[in-house]
Design a protein around this ligand. Sequence first.
Ligand code: ADP
Ligand code: MG
Length: 443
Amino acid sequence: MLTKAPKQSWQEFVQCMEDCCTATEFQNWIAPIRASEGEKDELVLEVPNIFVQEYLLENFKAHLENFFPPLPSGKLPIAFEIAEPKRKETKKAAAPPPPSNDKPTSLLNPGYTFEHFIEGPSNQFVKSAAFGVAMRPGKSYNPLFIHGGVGLGKTHLLHAIGHFAQQKHKRLKVHCITTEAFINTLVDNLRNKSIDKMKRFYRSLDVLLVDDIQFLQNRLNFEEEFANMFEALINQNKQIVITSDKPPGELKLSERMIARMEWGLVANMGVPDLETRVAILQHKAEQKGLKIPHKVAFFIAERIYNNVRQLEGALNRLAAYSRMMGLDVTEEIVEGTLSELFQKAPHKRVSVDNILKSVAVMFGVRVSDICGSSRAKNVAFPRQVAMYLAKEMINDSLMKLAASFGGKTHSTLLHAWKKISNQIGNDDTLRRQIQMARRNLEN
Ligand code: ADP
Ligand code: MG
């Protein structure tokens, strides 16, 4: 329950943010938000675009929760609305205007530049590919396909290409869009019968940056429209850069689309090693004007290891706390404020051997059958299930995993994974079997 009026709490939240953000951060992300009161004590926040909403939730969730205690359901008592472009014009909000169909006003995050991207062994290759593309759009790798897990810097690098290309080549039309926003624009234009205008706009671009292509999966009609536009641009040597949470071959998209995305360079964004995580932390702390001793940065980076975004969230929380309390950052303070963010080592390491044994028992076959070459259905199916589990539960190369199945190839494993992934959707028994196997393996 909120004891204060939501708008008053919002004012207090804004004041707190003014103290603990940098001026740029505050101007970009907090100042443009308009608050009003909805039904049942709910706060309604009007944000200029989805970026602002995501940024707020990702970086300041802990603060928000202090001012707006979560409901019993765990959700915040806050509703978000994206501002109507027309209303925004009269308000002169500080945020960049939303993308229109006429002008390529890309929503590039001002902080996501190459200068602020810290290099390490995990991202050197993809960073230099990105830099090459930004230097000579359409003339090096086309398309450039960047894939990797969440919070590892794919969007950052995509925007960095946008900033750099736009600055270096002033006359080029650069446009950056999330796949979701692309689909929404497409829907709007179909509804308003302005699809030709949209096509003309997209086909006039020099550099198209598309974030999170995985959202195109299972959107058949949109996929086709996207593929057409993609080909039209590539055929004119216009640069395309795509990010995704998986490599092209693992996306559930048409063969045609996958083949197109593999035309250029496919580069992986890996998980940064400890040294790089420390360097990222120190760079971000410096940007915020926060001093953290090297030892403390190390202490945090050792405990938050597979997601840079979480590392940054931890830093924001630490910055707010140390400013509020007027304290220097020490290991004790870090333990006190961040311990719940620290990642615990997984319960138990799952191995292919364990999976094989567990699946063999479940289907009443022998491990040697699963690892053998029989294609009989009663053996081939358990084999596919085991391969599916291996890919889902073990973070290792497909080649290595497949080899553990009596020397199968990575494409056999991938095929099995795809087949089972599809089947789980409409086979309740299989879904339950897999859930059970997972639970057994994890405990
Ligand atoms: P993704 O798109 O892969 O989910 P983001 O690009 O949104 O990840 O990155 C999450 C956060 O981590 C961003 O604030 C970004 O600036 C930061 N980040 C990730 N990698 C790096 C890096 N190598 N150097 C500096 N900041 C990074
Ligand atoms: Mg992203």
